[in-house]
Design a protein around this ligand. Structure first.
Ligand code: ZN
Length: 511
């Protein structure tokens, strides 16, 4: 078989797998939005059957034969060619899938789903002791898996794994390594702490009560749809539906969906939540359709994905320009805002206050929450911290970094779903997303000029087009850190993010 023929075989086979997987995405969307209560049991069986089928396909020995027929051929000589990108990603996925014994894969899937179910039941009861055995099992299984992935190694274009945590991190942010994150996060912490102290010392107290007036869900939905349209989300290639835990999901080209949750007594959750998920969806809508079903056409990492959501939620959606455009309309839609001044509203949606809950955190304190989690995960996987000592270590770090400490487990160590699903190594992608976002945004302003005056006129196209060309259209062609360097001309740094916050909060808080 010629390399061309082998590559063709791979394309056909992997695309077929992608079509099957995207039916799973559709079923997952339905499961979290529309499914009738009594349909869950059957859906779980459907999903399990699909997972088995997909695993069989991913480990099909023919993949190995076809890959062997392409690797080393002129077809993949340029490492950034479509074929080279695809073949490398397929090889890694194939080796990883085959290295994990079926026994471990089944046990892990079971432990993840049992862990999440237990967390949902035990968190409201504040039952850390009851949750600990689930966490212990997950930790052991994930550690075993990470050990195996260490043996397989990373993509050949990425740095080697130096410790077991790297193998976990790499599953979410390819190429990220603990030894690079630690100094980056330490510099970030220093900058954030300084800014936070000045904000808290400023004496300015935003009137956040104005965000807790009546906001009927129907009005929120209408307003959210207006914002989606204005920003460039294609509603003929997507939809907006309510759910309990908001997410965006891509079914395929022409079908990228957003979900959100409305609180009738709180403005931020529904509107900024929608803008966040819209950012994820704009990325998916901007991926190259001709490469759909291959790695080249996929989002490159969770961090880059999060950079797009945080951009639209914060850098665009919490900017003064954005609300110069939309606040007059918001006052029409929500009579409860009639007497509110734009400046007070803008300050309120950007209010900074150290708190216990990550998902409610403002732009300044958010990454301090992530830092706590990264440090604890590293300590766990380096054998420096025992699971039963997590609550104490959690409290100590919250006191040190945020000046607050939880009174219970549910708003402390048990607040996030991630660990209950065995997702260790996931949290750093949130902070990476914030850093990428600011660095991309600064570059866009360098090339397009100041963006807020455009937002104030309702012109989002120039910035969206810039993101489309520079980031979305590239799919997974470049490794995340290479993409950042190519787009911005510099390696990832905490500086653009800190500069952005300095500028914004100096003005807001009169520092
Ligand atoms: Zn997100």
């Amino acid at each position: 078989m010629t390399p061309e023929a082998a590559y063709q075989k791979l394309l056909e086979f992997q695309r077929e797998t992608a079509y099957l997987a995207s039916l799973g995405a559709l079923a997952a969307w339905d499961q979290r939005t529309m499914i009738p209560k009594k349909g869950h049991e059957h859906r779980a069986q459907q999903m399990a059957a699909l997972a088995r089928l997909l695993h069989q396909r991913m480990t099909d020995p023919r993949i190995g034969e076809w890959l062997g027929g392409v690797e080393g051929s002129p077809l993949v000589q340029d490492p950034f060619s479509d074929a080279a990108v695809n073949v490398r990603a397929w090889r890694l996925a194939y080796e990883r899938a085959r290295a994990i014994p079926e026994r471990l894969a089944v046990e892990l899937a079971q432990a993840r789903s049992e862990g999440e179910t237990a967390w949902e039941a035990l968190r409201p009861q504040d039952d850390w002791k009851g949750f600990l055995p689930y966490l212990r099992r997950l930790y052991a299984l994930v550690r075993e898996e990470a050990g195996i992935l260490m043996g397989v190694g990373p993509d050949p274009l990425d740095p080697p794994f130096l410790e077991v945590y790297d193998a976990l991190l790499d599953g979410y942010e390819p190429g990220a390594r603990a030894k690079d994150l630690e100094p980056l996060f330490a510099r970030l912490r220093q900058g954030l702490r300084g800014l936070l102290d000045r904000i808290l010392g400023s004496g300015r107290r935003p009137d956040t009560a104005l965000l807790h007036r009546p906001f009927p869900a129907e009005a929120q939905r209408g307003f959210a749809l207006e914002l989606l349209r204005a920003c460039g989300y294609d509603l003929e290639a997507g939809r907006l539906d309510p759910t309990a835990h908001p997410f965006a999901i891509s079914i395929g080209p022409g079908d990228v969906r957003i979900t959100t949750r409305y609180y009738e007594d709180f403005f931020n959750a529904g509107i900024f939540g929608t803008l966040h998920e819209m950012g994820h969806a704009l990325y998916e809508q901007g991926l190259p359709k001709e490469h759909w079903g291959t790695p080249r056409g996929e989002a490159v990492s969770l961090g880059i994905h999060e950079s797009q959501s945080r951009t639209w939620e914060n850098l665009v959606g919490r900017s003064l320009g954005f609300w110069e455009r939309f606040f007059p309309r918001a006052k029409e839609v929500f009579p409860s805002l009639k007497d509110v001044r734009l400046q007070d509203f803008h300050l309120a949606v950007n209010a900074v206050e150290p708190s216990l809950i990550r998902v409610e955190a403002d732009e300044v304190t958010y990454n301090l929450h992530i830092l706590v989690r990264l440090e604890l995960e590293l300590a766990l996987f380096r054998g420096e911290l025992a699971l039963e000592d997590l609550p104490g270590a959690w409290e100590e770090r919250y006191r040190a970094y945020l000046g607050v400490a939880p009174k219970d487990y549910k708003d402390g160590v048990m607040q996030d779903v991630h660990w209950s699903g065995g997702m260790f190594g996931y949290f750093p992608t949130y902070t990476l997303g914030n850093l990428y976002a600011a660095q991309f945004f600064a570059k866009a302003q360098e090339e397009l000029g100041p963006l807020e005056p455009l937002f104030a006129r309702g012109e989002f196209r120039p910035f969206l087009d810039w993101s489309r060309t520079k980031i979305h259209a590239e799919g997974s062609r470049y490794r995340p850190r290479v993409l950042v360097e190519r787009v911005t001309g510099a390696p990832l740094s905490e500086r653009p993010f800190l500069t952005y916050l300095e500028g914004k909060y100096t003005a807001l808080y009169g520092l």
